[in-house]
Design a protein around this ligand. Structure first.
Ligand SMILES: [Zn+2]
Length: 456
């Protein structure tokens, strides 16, 4: 998963007077209202109408798509319903990465006025993004809408723990949504002091980074640090990190599934039953991004997993159509158990890049392997499941200081994993003192070092 607040290598900002694609931005605002109103039929009509307009725009103005549509024998006149989107060619990360500005940017757009953002990306595939500043703001407003679904109110104080540029400790004390930006690498004591001083109603950050700070929160801190909710994004939220955060902040944790390219793709269903149990699903941000879940380029039915394909409805300067960011998700039904009419994702697994290709030809996502580990979770600080070779899986376990991992329990877990992976794979469990994050600061709970995995 890529993220919105990790390192950026360059951002170029220029001022300009007119609003590029003013009409489409206005349509974006309509999308916010449609999302807010929550009528399924209206969402579908909105998606179909905006997709049709986007396909014509891409065909007429973006040579990258013109050429690909022509090669695939597709013309936007053939688009009538959402199902017709399957006739449009897929865009792989490598395709769009190799495209020049002339190919990828719409010819009716002044390329010199765009935000340019190069993301390093932990996959080793740098992604180049181009937005107008209004497109960027619109997508941020969709994120705000997701936060409001979690319970954010206008005067709420937000603490955001980020990896990238904002100076440490910055406070924006505006009347609406006063916010504090904290750098993820602040020393523990300084981070807690900042939070105590600011008294946030909402805390946002990478799950792994927040979980590390959460360990140090004391009862005294909790008298002042009392967020109504915590929200995580940018990397996989493990159950372990969720538990740690909920315990530390005495507040629910809501996850957002996002990417640099489209901002919010889906947000966790905030509904809890009378016992506080989550239904575990994600509401798709239908009026911002059209989501498909594909296996071998064919849509999978609800309840099955596949690779996600995104079409951003509000990226007109440099459209993204049927774009594969490289994540595996499980498709949910239309409409959520909580009554929301959004289409849903049942689960977000993480990157295709991290899937394990086993010697028997099976391709599995390592998140499945965490089920046998549940009995160990109460004593774990962090874990990482690494496929070092196709026949060798190593589970690294870092215990909470002072906690003891039961040998018998460990053997049972290993045996269960072994059964899941098959006889041709060696599973070993390693107790370690530290599990480092990636160079970009993100933590990867699952890693495959095997060259030939899917999506690579
Ligand atoms: Zn729901």
């Amino acid at each position: 998963m890529s993220n919105l607040n990790a390192q950026t290598d360059a951002i170029e900002r220029r001022s300009h007077r007119s609003i590029p694609y003013a009409g489409t931005i206005a349509w974006g605002v309509v999308g916010l209202f449609v999302e807010r109103m929550g009528l399924a039929s209206l969402r579908k009509r909105y998606q179909t109408a905006r997709l049709r307009a986007l396909l014509y725009h891409a065909y007429e103005n973006v040579s990258f798509y013109r050429r690909r549509f022509d090669e695939a024998g597709f013309h936007p006149d053939q688009f009538h319903t959402l199902d017709d989107l399957q006739r449009v060619p897929i865009t792989r990360k490598a395709d769009i990465r190799l495209a020049t500005d002339e190919e990828a940017i719409a010819k009716d757009c002044d390329a010199s006025l765009l935000y340019r953002l190069f993301t390093g990306g932990s996959t080793g595939e740098p992604t180049r993004l181009r937005f107008t500043r209004y497109e960027d703001r619109l997508l941020r407003t969709f994120r705000l809408l997701a936060m409001m679904r979690f319970g954010l109110r206008w005067r709420d104080r937000r603490s955001q723990v980020r990896m990238d540029q904002p100076p440490p400790g910055r406070i924006d004390d505006s009347f609406f949504l006063p916010s504090q930006t904290l750098h993820a690498f602040l020393p523990q004591e300084e981070m807690r002091a900042n939070l105590r001083q600011f008294k946030p109603d909402m805390i946002r950050g990478y799950p792994s980074v927040l979980a590390l700070y959460a360990e140090q929160i004391t009862d005294e801190d909790r008298l002042l640090i009392r967020p109504r909710f915590v929200t995580t994004d940018s990397e996989v939220l493990t159950e372990l990190a969720r538990e740690r955060l909920e315990e530390a902040f005495h507040a629910p944790v809501y996850d957002v599934y996002d990417c640099y390219e489209c901002n919010v793709i889906a947000y966790e269903c905030p509904h809890r039953d009378s016992e506080g149990t989550r239904n575990g699903g994600y509401h798709l941000m239908d009026t911002s991004v059209v989501v498909e879940v594909l296996r071998e380029e064919q849509p999978v039915p609800a309840g099955e997993s596949g690779e996600i394909a995104l079409t951003s409805l509000h990226a007109w300067a440099a459209p993204l159509i049927r774009y594969l960011p490289g994540d595996v998700v499980e498709r949910g039904g239309h409409g959520c158990g909580c009554g929301a009419s959004n289409a849903t994702l049942a689960k977000v697994f993480g990157r295709t890049h991290d899937m394990f290709l086993l010697p028997d030809g099976r391709l599995i996502h390592p998140k499945y392997l965490t089920n046998p580990m549940l009995p160990l979770m109460s004593v774990l600080r962090l874990y990482q499941i690494v496929q070092e070779r196709s026949d060798c899986v190593v589970v690294k376990l870092q215990a909470i200081p002072g906690a003891c991992i039961d040998e018998k329990e460990l053997t049972l877990v290993r045996e269960k994993m072994q059964r899941m992976l098959g006889d041709r794979v060696t599973v070993s469990m390693k107790l370690v003192d530290e599990i480092p994050s990636e160079a970009n600061g993100k933590f990867r709970p699952y890693r495959s070092c095997v060259e030939e995995g899917a999506g690579k």
